[in-house]
Design a protein around this ligand. Structure first.
Ligand SMILES: Cc1cc2nc3c(=O)[nH]c(=O)nc-3n(C[C@H](O)[C@H](O)[C@H](O)COP(=O)(O)O)c2cc1C
Length: 314
């Protein structure tokens, strides 16, 4: 099921997308759709502070181990109808995490997905790839990915996308996961979530820059652009090869129009911005879209679609 977003730019789930005030700011912005913070079954306060270094040295990116702080899905079921008043698609990002109810992850996804569809979400983004929880992300286990998709897609009638971790060094796992996405004919794959288990050190204080998980966290921003491009391109080629109607949404490393153009060339038809949104706030959407349009015009294109997946081998 194809789903179009115009302009083809949204926020990436997480940064400043937790509360109603934050989500409303996104709804008022020039983003083509609003993506919520990944919501879980129970509300979560997340990991101990400091858990986010917004700017790493030399602006190479952001590092976080937030631990999915969010209001819990019941609260988002109240928020979604209010966001819909802004007449742009609302995308509910859903995750699972250990909680006091002891519900199995598959049940958590299923129950939240049903509630979000009922609340009026236009699309679901199943975050299978949070790098900052105790448990190994579901995206690393093909059988669990299949079970979650089966449970959700059996009951939910709105389009479903998935958000994945990078598979850059695990080509066999990539193939297995891509095949499952094909089997379920999902609407889109958003790639990548933060690059997991990365570390930065402050040489003045000689300490790690974030506290949780012994300082290891997920990397976003310019440093991950080549990783994201590779993932986008591999999924794009895989879906092309199998004539699948699954879109690839490019996430990772986009700071300026040229970065977005690279994502489109690699095969993304929609892009999402995380670290850029952290750094520049809602004004980032209009600025980025203007830059993209300027580039298209200067290079003889009339729309983004003409560019998608057209990168050539050397
Ligand atoms: C503070 C912060 C919180 C995040 N929380 C989530 C989240 O809840 N769900 C999710 O799918 N990704 C989350 N991410 C990952 C981003 O959505 C995005 O995939 C990643 O940052 C790469 O994009 P970027 O290079 O534009 O930052 C988070 C990222 C940051 C920086």
């Amino acid at each position: 099921m194809r789903f179009s977003v115009h302009p083809p730019i949204t926020n990436a789930s997480g940064p400043n997308s937790v509360t109603y005030a934050e989500l409303e700011r996104l709804a008022r912005s020039d983003a083509g759709a609003v993506v919520t913070k990944s919501m879980t079954h129970c509300p979560r306060t997340g990991n101990p502070e400091p858990r986010l270094r917004e700017r790493l040295h030399n602006n190479i990116g952001s590092l976080n181990s937030m631990g999915l702080p969010n209001l819990g899905y019941h609260e988002y079921a109240q928020i979604i109808p209010k966001l819909k008043e802004y007449k742009k698609p609302v995308i509910a990002s859903i995750a699972s995490a250990r909680c006091s109810h002891n519900l199995a992850p598959i049940e958590q996804y299923r129950e939240i997905a049903l509630t979000m569809a009922h609340a009026g979400a236009d699309l679901l983004e199943l975050n299978l790839s949070c790098p900052n929880l105790e448990e190994v992300p579901i995206s690393m286990d093909p059988q669990s990915v299949r079970q979650v998709l089966k449970a959700v897609m059996k009951e939910v009638k709105i389009p479903v996308g998935v958000k994945l971790s990078p598979y850059n060094n695990t080509p066999k796992l990539f193939e297995e996961i891509a095949q499952i996405l094909l089997d379920f004919e999902i609407a889109y794959v958003a790639t990548i979530n933060s690059e997991p288990l990365t570390l930065d050190i402050d040489v003045k204080t000689k300490t790690k820059v974030i506290r949780p998980n012994e300082g290891y966290g997920g990397l976003g921003g310019p440093a991950v652009l080549p990783i994201a491009l590779a993932e986008v391109h591999r999924f794009y080629k895989f879906f092309q090869k199998h004539n699948a109607q699954i879109s690839v949404w490019g996430v990772g490393g986009i700071l300026k129009a040229e970065d977005a153009i690279k994502h489109f060339l690699a095969g993304a038809s929609v892009i999402q911005i995380g670290t850029l949104y952290l750094w520049e706030g809602p004004a980032a959407f209009a600025k980025l879209w203007a830059g993209i349009q300027e580039w298209l015009h200067a290079n003889g294109y009339t729309c983004v679609e003409e560019l998608v997946g057209t990168v050539r081998d050397l």
